[in-house]
Design a protein around this ligand. Sequence first.
Ligand code: FES
Length: 105
Amino acid sequence: TKMTFITFDGTSIPVEAENGEILMRVGQRCEIPGILGECGGTCSCGSCHVYIDESWRDRVPPVKELEQMMIDSLMTKQDNSRLTCMILVAPELDGLILHLPNPNL
Ligand code: FES
């Protein structure tokens, strides 16, 4: 499953993800800047935050309550914010585009 991370300065980073893999782990494995996953994927640090590209917003699984609470605590949150530790790679996400938040906030 191919995906693309786009850094805050506009650099595209294409990645190859395994189905069933946690998206945060993909970011760590591919050394995507800003995908730190400091809490190990327990939805409690916010260091795996991305923005879902507008063209994909309706096609990712919906946000759950715990994730929304964590997102709401982030200064950089937007309507299209998601935590990558809460998203599993699946074939239907092939082509997914993710934007990284401003690293200076
Ligand atoms: Fe900590 Fe996702 S890795 S919230």
